[in-house]
Design a protein around this ligand. Structure first.
Ligand code: SF4
Length: 355
């Protein structure tokens, strides 16, 4: 009985807290499935402050699902540049095409239909079904996991087998079915602002009386997450060719790897840092030229770029050739291509320093 009361108490307090503390965000004033979908995809693995300008840019360029469907993939990837996890952008585009071309621009109106679309998993389907169509489906994202683990004192690791089902069932039991739209947004907002990963504001928390983690003094230990895998170090050597026309060369990444279908300079990947003597013999083949001239190391210390499970050590090598690249690209046009962040940063300084 006391657990039931505590669960009812929980959802009421979340709703009251949300009423007072919600942030005004551009997607909070609409139930339009296209806009809600776009915001949810952008905000996965991205903070609100970083994601909001991207949301605004996408709405400005593609105000409807039809407009996004008509864009070409390079344009979508270019607009996404810097957000990372590029599979999200490719799936976004594929789903826009499916909804526009096969469903006359209409998204399915329930969880079961939504989850069948590419790039829409349990979280996004639940968020769309509840926010757009008032379907009583609980959302479980990282913020929700943290709040539930702490409030109910759950020590089951959030990434262990069975955890997704366990937390989803718990979330379903405690949600407010009659106002699921605000409740779902409320608990996520509560996790983002009040019950934050580091330094949660327990002193002014409306849930402090029933919070197991607070009473057992284990707030900083929850939620528990099993550490998986080691960080993989990779060494990227980019060959920035400059031909007789002052053009350079980009290639599109095609393998199932990070940055798929983004553009990059011809790449020599290695197990450790390479010296110029190891780079030079590879230049002709990689740049597809017959002759090479001077080769300069652009940055003597590798630029380190961290991804979730990889650490990239990147060096750029300027390689001059008297040949002419087939499909060479004028350096001033490089910024039109969707490229990974380390290459975008390089291009910004390279244009000014080399020419
Ligand atoms: S008391 Fe602290 S740990 Fe418990 S729900 Fe509130 S902010 Fe989170």
């Amino acid at each position: 009985m006391s657990l039931i009361i505590s669960k009812m108490d929980f959802s009421k307090k979340i709703l009251d807290w949300y009423e007072e503390n919600r942030r005004e965000l551009p997607w909070r004033t609409t139930k339009d499935p296209y806009r809600i979908w776009l915001s949810e995809i952008i905000l996965q693995q991205t903070r609100v402050a970083q994601g909001t300008p991207y949301y605004n840019k996408f709405i400005e360029h593609y105000p409807t699902v039809h407009a996004l469907a008509e864009a070409n993939e390079d344009q979508v990837l270019k607009l996404w540049q810097g957000l990372g996890y590029y599979t999200r952008a490719r799936n976004l585009h594929a789903t826009a095409r499916k909804v526009a071309n096969e469903r006359n621009g209409k998204f399915p109106k329930d969880y079961e239909g939504l989850i069948k679309l590419k790039g829409i998993g349990d979280y996004t389907a639940s968020a769309m079904a509840s926010i757009c169509f008032d379907e009583p489906e609980p959302v479980v994202d990282g913020n929700v996991l943290r709040v539930l683990a702490r409030y109910f004192g759950i020590t089951m690791p959030i990434n262990s087998s069975g955890a997704a089902k366990y937390y989803k069932n718990l979330a379903r039991e405690i949600m407010d079915r009659h106002n699921v739209r605000d409740y779902n947004q409320g608990i996520m907002e509560f996790g983002a602002i009040q019950c934050t990963p580091k330094s949660p504001n327990c002193q002014s928390c409306p849930l402090q009386n029933g919070c197991e983690a607070l009473s057992k003094k284990i707030v900083s230990e929850l939620p528990i997450k099993i550490r998986k895998g080691r960080i993989r170090k990779r060494y990227f050597n980019y060959l920035v060719g400059i031909d007789a026309n002052n053009n350079t060369r980009l290639v599109q990444r095609s393998k199932d790897d990070i940055w798929k279908r983004l553009y990059e300079f011809p790449l020599l990947e290695s197990e450790s840092e390479l010296a110029s003597g190891q780079i030079i013999p590879k230049c002709k083949d990689l740049l597809e030229v017959n002759e090479i001239g001077a080769v300069y190391e652009n940055n003597s210390s590798a630029v380190v770029h961290k991804l979730s499970h990889q650490q990239l050590h990147t060096k750029f090598w300027i390689v001059e050739t008297t040949d002419r690249f087939e499909s060479g690209i004028p350096v001033e046009q490089l910024e039109e291509y969707p490229v990974p962040v380390p290459i975008a940063d390089f291009i910004k300084t390279f244009k000014n320093s080399y020419f």
